[in-house]
Design a binder for this molecule. Structure first.
Ligand SMILES: C[S@@+](CC[C@H](N)C(=O)[O-])C[C@H]1O[C@@H](n2cnc3c(N)ncnc32)[C@H](O)[C@@H]1O
Length: 313
């Protein structure tokens, strides 16, 4: 299977290390749960009869679900209408140089930022003014916001306002290819998108019915948007460990991704759990050499121990 990139540019996505994780997945999977799915990269690239994506971020789940049910050509036409309405650049169609030549800012590092600033902030204001952010039009606007935003990311304030500044890029060929590949794949698989906390009864019922669970929670010792404001803390980590105890007691197959150590900090609850469970689990170190060279260097300098944890056969 050719590996697909998520249409969502997701911090901490597992695309680069998929070849190291997947050999530890069961050879035959009926129902898989991609728990803490984020941009859905892992489930998207796993062969199974049914895949259930779970994340507690309603915007992420809403957007993934919306894109999955969209028809590519229709969606693209509608995105183009919005691009025209907000007078944004569209390098996939008209080329990058057309816009670059119109910018007075000579700093090449700023990309298309100046060209798109006015339209982007208007789009952002209109999106933030929407009463219901879960309609089709809201999702189309959100997709475009992400594509034109700083770092192509998605970030909301506590009051639900999209709050990233304008970025340097636009709807380019790369984004369109990712969108098309995602829609094509989702139309050929049986997938559900569930917005739920992993501790909720809803998530627990789904997890219980699956025969394989891949888990990529926020990492206790790292900073990411989804760990902000104490969203992920030691209490959540202990809940996760309880869930893995349940898996071990019930012979449920699972793979957990995590970072055990970084720059002298250690995920103590997880580390302690691994020592008490050492006969029942295996820890596999992720090899940084698989990563791109810049990432590689960054990780080595950061003395990071990224691992996957699986049940002992
Ligand atoms: C490390 S990211 C997952 C990245 C993903 N594997 C990928 O490849 O894109 C962790 C995810 O956990 C989600 N999350 C955080 N707390 C959660 C909770 N209590 N229940 C369910 N999901 C949660 C976040 O919204 C975030 O998307």
């Amino acid at each position: 299977m050719q590996l697909l990139k998520s249409p969502l540019n997701y911090t901490g996505n597992k695309f680069r290390i998929l070849p190291q994780i997947q050999p530890y997945f069961p050879k035959k999977i009926d129902t898989m749960v991609d728990l803490f799915c984020g941009g859905a990269t892992v489930g998207l690239n796993t062969e199974c009869k049914k895949i259930i994506f779970i994340d507690n971020d309603k915007y992420v789940i809403g957007l993934l679900r919306f894109l999955a049910k969209s028809k590519f050509e229709t969606l693209l036409t509608e995105l183009e209408k919005l691009i025209t309405f907000y007078e944004l650049s569209y390098s996939a169609k008209y080329g990058y140089s057309l816009y670059k030549s119109q910018i007075r800012d000579f700093n090449f590092n700023n990309g298309l930022k100046d060209y798109n600033a006015k339209g982007y902030y208007k789009l952002r204001d209109d999106y933030n003014a929407l009463k219901n952010k879960h309609t089709d039009i809201a999702n189309k606007m959100l997709y475009l916001l992400m594509v034109y935003a700083f770092n192509n990311d998605m970030r909301f304030s506590h009051t639900g306002m999209f709050n990233l500044p304008v970025g340097k890029t636009d709807l380019n060929k790369n984004n369109i290819e990712k969108l098309k590949a995602y829609i094509d794949r989702l139309q050929n698989i049986d997938a559900d998108f569930i917005c739920a906390d992993f501790t909720s009864t809803k998530a627990r019922e789904i997890i219980k019915s699956a025969d394989f669970v891949y888990m990529d929670p926020p990492y206790l010792i790292m900073n990411a948007v989804y760990n902000e404001a104490g969203k992920w803390n030691e209490q959540k980590e202990y809940e996760l460990l309880r869930l893995m105890n349940y898996f071990l007691e019930n012979n449920k197959k699972f793979v957990l991704s995590n970072v055990l150590e970084k720059q002298g900090r250690r995920n103590e609850p997880l580390f302690y759990w691994t020592t008490t469970m050492q006969e029942k689990i295996k820890i596999i170190d992720i090899n940084y050499n698989y990563r791109s060279s810049s990432y590689n260097k960054k990780n080595r300098n950061a003395q990071e121990r990224e691992v996957i944890i699986i049940p002992e056969d």
